[in-house]
Design a protein around this ligand. Structure first.
Ligand code: ZN
Ligand code: ZN
Length: 86
């Protein structure tokens, strides 16, 4: 798992836990934690683009679940060149 990112629902901020499971449906019916494989079904290798939230039931693109932590975002901002007042 990529530790640079925080994973939570873009709608309700629910954070999936290690014991949460998704099902490949319609598909092969495999049940797994989709965040371990970034949406790739281990049963049939289907790359799921969308992930449903188990809390609010809304469906979002899988990549929208990955959020940069505040600290990393601030570091990225600092790298930008900003003109300073003379
Ligand atoms: Zn599958
Ligand atoms: Zn949600």
């Amino acid at each position: 798992m990529d530790r640079e990112y925080e994973i939570y629902c873009p709608h309700c901020s629910w954070r999936p836990a290690a014991e949460d499971r998704w099902q490949c449906a319609p598909g092969c019916g495999t049940v797994w934690n989709t965040f371990w494989t970034r949406g790739l079904c281990p049963g049939c290798a289907t790359q799921w683009q969308d992930t449903q939230c188990l809390a609010c039931k809304r469906i979002s693109p899988h990549r929208k679940w990955y959020h940069l932590p505040r600290k990393a975002r601030r570091a990225a901002t600092r790298k930008k060149r900003v003109p300073t007042a003379a």
